[in-house]
Design a protein around this ligand. Sequence first.
Ligand code: HEC
Length: 141
Amino acid sequence: MRNPSNKFLLLGMALAIALGPLLLQMDSAKAAGKSNWRIGRVYNRLICNNCHRQDGGKVISPINRTIADWKAYFASDVHKTAGKAKPSVRYYTSREYRESIKHKSKAAAKFLKFPDDVMTAHVIEFYIHGAKDSDTPARCQ
Ligand code: HEC
């Protein structure tokens, strides 16, 4: 170990090895377990269904489908294949979308703080929590 840069390299590697798993754990803790159906419910009511209600449209309720169907729906990320609505349901939970409507939606402005994945997880949690075959089926108005 004559060369000091070697020493730093080793130190850096040791740190990376020690910290790597910790950072990974924190990440997955954030991604899992933290989703909150109550936040999803508010988002669904004020943003998703606010649009579905327009032009005499029908609101979308968790009770419309089973837990498995909702999981498949969100995993496929197909929002609606025809018409002028965007084809990706994740687009409607994205910051990009919230940003685009924040001038007319206080809710969208308020929810801007959530990263895309977190916001999507809250909404999915709401649909699963209120699914047809859940313990708490939920119909929206
Ligand atoms: C800009 C308007 C708009 C927004 C915002 C929007 N949707 Fe939609 N959505 C539509 C339209 C239009 C349809 C088609 C309605 C129909 O076929 O009756 C639709 C249909 C759906 C359907 C039914 C699709 C099917 O094949 O049966 C689901 C589920 C859905 N949206 C979920 C969501 C969720 C969840 C959000 C919010 C994260 C959302 N939508 C946000 C416009 C929107």
